[in-house]
Design a protein around this ligand. Structure first.
Ligand SMILES: Nc1ncnc2c1ncn2[C@@H]1O[C@H](COP(=O)(O)OP(=O)(O)OP(=O)(O)O)[C@@H](O)[C@H]1O
Ligand SMILES: [Mg+2]
Length: 361
């Protein structure tokens, strides 16, 4: 290893730096990285050997930020000259992803002269994820209550309209034109009813009916409904169910709805050809289900919104997307004390992972 600045690090100090849970990165004046500990390797995806002596600290910062950090470090406003108090910051990892961190930093001096600096970075990804979840849950529950209230009010008169439309439809059997018009009324009203039902479910207004059952059975029931539809014909289906998966206590028809929503999204994303993979596996106290497609994937900025009610990238004027599928699914999974998350590779493909708790012993 090269000497650090002008000294070699004694083993003991090196151990402390190497084993710090926070990422520690030291640079020479000018920006050349000379210390890059294990936590930094884990956080940023680079190997020490690719970094030390080779890489400039600017590679790890968003454009222009290195200059700002040095300016703030030298100023007396953030803990005194030579110090930078803990603040939120973004690092860029090897794959170009932004990693939210706390940064704190000091300038290193030797005989009064600036020779380099050290930055300490705390990974904030987990904290951010939690905050986002909390916000989402809050947003969902207040929106859900409001929407469910409205849906409830709409449901009654809608049932009336539908009943009378059916009656008229029977009455005008002989009048072809009127009959066809009434069929449009019935079809469109039925569509509204479905949406209203969706909102009611989303607001958790209908009670759950949970029972002990195998998750594979629910997945199969959902797939059975779908595979005979034309839009599924070009899709290759791979099923990988873990044979040893324990049964769980769930509302089967609600979960069918969740799987249906996610699979329909996948089928829509693949536009008629691709592979849908359905995987189940036990993980600690959970049962996990992966639903993967080979569609174009979901950009990170969009991923943040897909569980929001009424968020859609589909053309809703054609009745394609309401933006409720995933919001409803999220509500149902939360109601089962489970979790749902999405991951998407930059070069395409999307996986939704659902985890549901095993029954308590
Ligand atoms: N597998 C996927 N691949 C690519 N994009 C997806 C996938 N699943 C969801 N999305 C994105 O998430 C958005 C929200 O999905 P969601 O199911 O909630 O609503 P929707 O499909 O647009 O409408 P709805 O389900 O109400 O008919 C979609 O509009 C789409 O942009
Ligand atoms: Mg959908």
């Amino acid at each position: 290893m090269k000497p650090l600045l002008n000294i070699y690090l004694p083993k003991f100090w090196e151990n402390i730096i190497e084993n710090s849970p926070d990422a520690i990165v030291a640079v020479r004046k000018g920006g050349e990285i000379i210390i890059f500990n294990q936590a930094a390797e884990r956080m940023l995806g680079y190997r020490k050997g690719d970094v030390i002596g080779w890489m400039d600290i600017r590679t790890l910062y968003p454009p222009g930020e290195a200059k700002q950090i040095m300016k703030d470090l030298r100023s007396s406003n953030y803990g005194g000259p030579g110090f930078l108090e803990k603040r939120e910051f973004l690092l860029i990892d090897k794959n170009g992803w932004e990693i939210p961190v706390y940064i704190s930093a000091v300038i290193l001096y030797e005989r009064g002269e600036e020779i380099g600096s050290v930055g300490i970075f705390t990974d904030l990804r987990e904290k951010k994820e939690l905050e986002k979840k909390l916000l989402r849950t809050e947003k969902l529950s207040s929106l859900g209550k409001l929407a469910a209230g409205i849906a409830h009010e709409i449901n009654q008169p809608l049932t009336g309209v539908l009943t009378f439309a059916h009656m008229l439809h029977k009455k005008f059997q002989a009048d072809e034109a009127t009959k066809l018009d009434l069929e449009v009324v019935i079809r469109e009203t039925t569509r509204i009813k479905k949406i209203v039902q969706g909102i009611l479910d989303f607001g958790r207004e209908t009670p759950m009916q949970k029972q002990l059952q195998p998750i594979g059975k629910i997945l199969d029931a959902t797939l059975e409904l779908l595979v005979h539809q034309e839009r599924f014909f070009g899709i290759n289906l791979i099923k990988q169910y873990d044979p040893n998966i324990p049964e769980i206590v769930v509302d089967g028809s609600r979960l069918e709805q969740v799987f249906m929503n996610i699979i329909l999204n996948a089928v829509e994303a693949m536009k008629g050809s691709g592979t849908l993979t359905v995987r189940t596996r036990p993980v600690a106290h959970w049962v996990e289900v992966d639903l993967s497609d080979t569609g174009p994937g979901i950009p990170e900025v969009v991923q943040e919104k897909i569980f929001d009610p009424f968020f859609t990238t589909k053309d809703s004027t054609e009745g394609l997307g309401m933006g409720l599928g995933l919001a409803i699914s999220y509500g149902i999974i939360k109601n089962h004390k489970g979790d749902i998350k999405v991951s998407s590779a930059p070069d395409g493909g999307t996986t939704f992972t659902i985890r549901l708790p095993l029954p308590e012993k």
